[in-house]
Design a protein around this ligand. Structure first.
Ligand code: PLP
Length: 370
């Protein structure tokens, strides 16, 4: 059996007609930039989240950068974020001119809220939590920290479309929620795309203008911005996919529960912990294991493709060498980076496939030499 890590073709085949006709329409109307399809998606996404504004941008990295930049975060400022994420999170902070301040992870791979207060300085302006793998960070504690220290919260929801914390969607707790629609994300375009959701009218206007060269009305540039657009084709594709997202999330959750059942009780394998009161949307299904690299090779030899998210925690990347961090600064992130393994996870997986992956993992640990 061959099991890919994700299968975007399988998803496409399930919605082919809708996608094909939506793309054809955009082309027929040459509605490539801005226009009706972008507006339609922005409105539908804002409505789905129950927020006032959704601003489409070129990708999820820009979404974070623009959200921070329009809070007037820049040189001399610090933004607190988590040690384990995709580099976009910290890169976007640096792009504004501010400095990323990393915090170790908790048992759920999200920012450890007990470690934040000690890192707040007079330069701290915002906290940027990441709902990593599709599970919410501890938002009550984060909001309390923001209140106490007068900080903004921008939520990086790139892996957590429609995830919930105590019945409320993540991305709606902070001043802004940022999303990536990179093809492999839970809601994915057919190229790069991203969005920012916001309730505050003035802030939303500035974000929209900044993403559009600082202009609200064509040729009237109030300030310099950037060119960061969600394009018509991507928007039309996302509009076709949006009505399916709840069902897809539910399937991911079911698959994860099945994996959890099949993988529990194997010596050397730690399954992901589901938080109470949270809806995990399992962008990634990540186990912590002994002999990780050998297991990954074994799975590959048996047709199972896996990933590692991420092999080097952010503070230990060469890009952040200048911060001079050591493993003791982030003990859990450091320990986890050599244990984590992401197993295949996408809605179209069958029960048979999950059983095969789990059986193969079990077989590895039951071989006499392990
Ligand atoms: C994918 C991702 C991003 C960036 O999204 P792009 O659309 O690729 O720019 C940001 N943060 C996290 C946690 C991500 O997983």
């Amino acid at each position: 059996m061959k099991i890919p890590f994700v299968d975007l073709k399988a998803q496409y085949l399930g919605i082919k007609e809708g996608i094909d006709s939506a793309m054809q329409q955009v082309i027929d109307e040459t509605a490539f930039i801005r226009g009706k399809y972008v507006k339609e998606f922005e409105e539908a996404y804002a409505e789905a989240y129950g927020v006032k504004h959704c601003i489409g941008v070129a990708n999820g990295t820009d979404a974070i950068y623009i959200a921070l930049k329009m809070l007037d975060i820049g040189p001399g400022d610090e933004v607190i974020t988590v040690a384990n994420s995709w580099i976009s999170t910290s890169e976007a902070i640096t792009q504004t001119g501010a400095r990323p301040v990393f915090i170790d992870i908790d048992d759920h791979f999200c920012i450890n809220t007990d470690r934040i207060a000690e890192k707040v300085t007079e330069r701290t302006r915002a906290i940027l939590p990441v709902h990593l793998f599709g599970q919410s960070a501890e938002l009550d504690s984060l909001l309390e920290l923001c209140r106490r220290h007068g900080l903004y919260m921008v939520e990086d929801c790139a892996q957590a479309h429609f995830a919930e914390y105590k019945g409320q969607r993540v991305g709606t707790f902070g001043i802004a929620g940022t999303f990536s629609f990179f093809p492999g994300k839970n809601l994915g375009a057919y190229g790069d795309a991203g969005a920012i959701i916001i309730n505050d009218d003035d802030y939303a206007t500035r974000v929209r203008m900044y993403a559009n060269h600082g202009a609200k009305v064509k040729h009237q540039h109030e300030f310099e911005g950037v060119n960061s657009r969600l394009d018509g084709l991507q928007a039309a594709i996302l509009s076709v996919k949006l009505p399916h997202i709840q069902r897809w999330s539910e399937l991911r959750l079911q698959h994860a529960k099945q994996y959890n059942k099949l993988l529990s009780g194997i010596d050397g394998v730690e399954i992901p912990r589901l938080k109470e009161n949270c809806r995990h949307v399992f962008h990634l299904y990540v186990i912590c294991v002994e002999h990780r690299d050998e297991l990954q090779v074994y799975l590959k030899e048996h047709g199972v493709q896996t990933g590692i998210h991420y092999p080097t925690a952010l503070p230990f990347l060469n890009a952040y060498r200048y911060l001079k961090h050591t493993p003791e600064d982030f003990p859990l992130a450091f320990k986890r980076q050599s244990e984590i393994l992401s197993l295949p996870m996408y809605p179209e997986m069958t029960e048979e496939m999950i059983v095969y992956v789990a059986d193969t993992v079990r077989a590895f640990y039951e071989k006499s030499d392990n």
